[in-house]
Design a protein around this ligand. Structure first.
Ligand SMILES: [Zn+2]
Length: 250
């Protein structure tokens, strides 16, 4: 065994047992344990870690611990870009694409309302969800830290908040989604993209009063559901503003 000293910063402390929070503590580690293994053994999912320094120098997940090492572990930074220092995972390309676990149906729906690509089913198994995340390079949204510890998951986001608007704020801020919002561009039911369609092509599938009053219609490329700019749209616009305002405050 070797003895190493750990210090976790900011919200990463939430994952530790109380006596380990907010200060440096020593912990025995098996010889040749990787820093990733030890961080997760202490309860912190690797997906939540953005920077690891050992004795002041940035290291990768595979670093093997030595006697007396002093390890500082930092979460995702929302205000500064530290990517040139030491990448722990491949760089993101374009706005994040997500897969939400079975408990986060409302979050999935709200993110879709802002136009984000979020897979969701209420019957995903942990293994099935992890496999889809790996195959499609999606970021896992969950409040289950054991799920995030699975090694096939590269990107994830543990939601600290329980309330949906606060969860939305966490996701919007962590993944800097504000400038990528395209409200009402995606189907709330199936995550398919909406495309404009000619009124004539879909009017037989629309209730008479909507057919009478509205001119702009959209069809989901996934499930073929028809949408139109009805009276509910103003309510949804207010909802979108509310979510973005909550994210700015949060
Ligand atoms: Zn659809």
């Amino acid at each position: 065994m070797v003895n190493a000293y750990f210090r976790f910063y900011a919200e990463l402390n939430n994952f530790l047992v109380p006596w380990q929070r907010q200060h440096t503590f020593s912990h025995p580690c098996s010889r040749d344990a990787t820093v990733k293994h030890m961080i997760e053994a202490l309860g912190v999912p690797h997906t939540e870690v953005e920077l690891i320094c050992v004795n002041g120098e940035p290291v990768g997940f595979s670093y093997r611990l030595c006697e007396g090492d002093r390890i500082s572990v930092y979460p995702a930074f929302t205000s500064i870009d530290i990517s040139p220092i030491q990448r722990l995972r491949p760089p993101d390309e374009g706005p994040a694409r997500f897969i939400a676990d079975a408990h986060l149906g409302l979050l999935a729906k709200n993110l879709r309302m802002l136009g984000f690509d979020v897979l969701y089913r209420n019957d995903y198994s942990d293994a099935g969800l992890a496999r889809i995340a790996a195959d499609e390079e999606r970021t896992v949204l969950t409040r289950d830290r054991d799920l995030l510890i699975r090694k096939e998951i590269v990107r994830g986001c543990y939601l600290h908040a329980v309330a949906c608007d606060a969860q939305m704020a966490e996701v919007i801020n962590r993944f800097k989604l504000g400038r990528h919002v395209r409200a009402f561009s995606r189907c709330l039911s199936c995550n398919g993209e909406l495309r404009t369609v000619d009124k004539k092509a879909v009017e037989h599938r629309v209730p008479q009063h909507s057919r009478q009053y509205y001119e702009h219609f959209y069809e989901c490329a996934g499930c073929a559901q028809v949408y139109w700019e009805g009276s509910h749209v103003e309510r949804m616009r207010r909802r979108v503003r509310q979510m973005l305002d909550a994210a700015r405050v949060g």
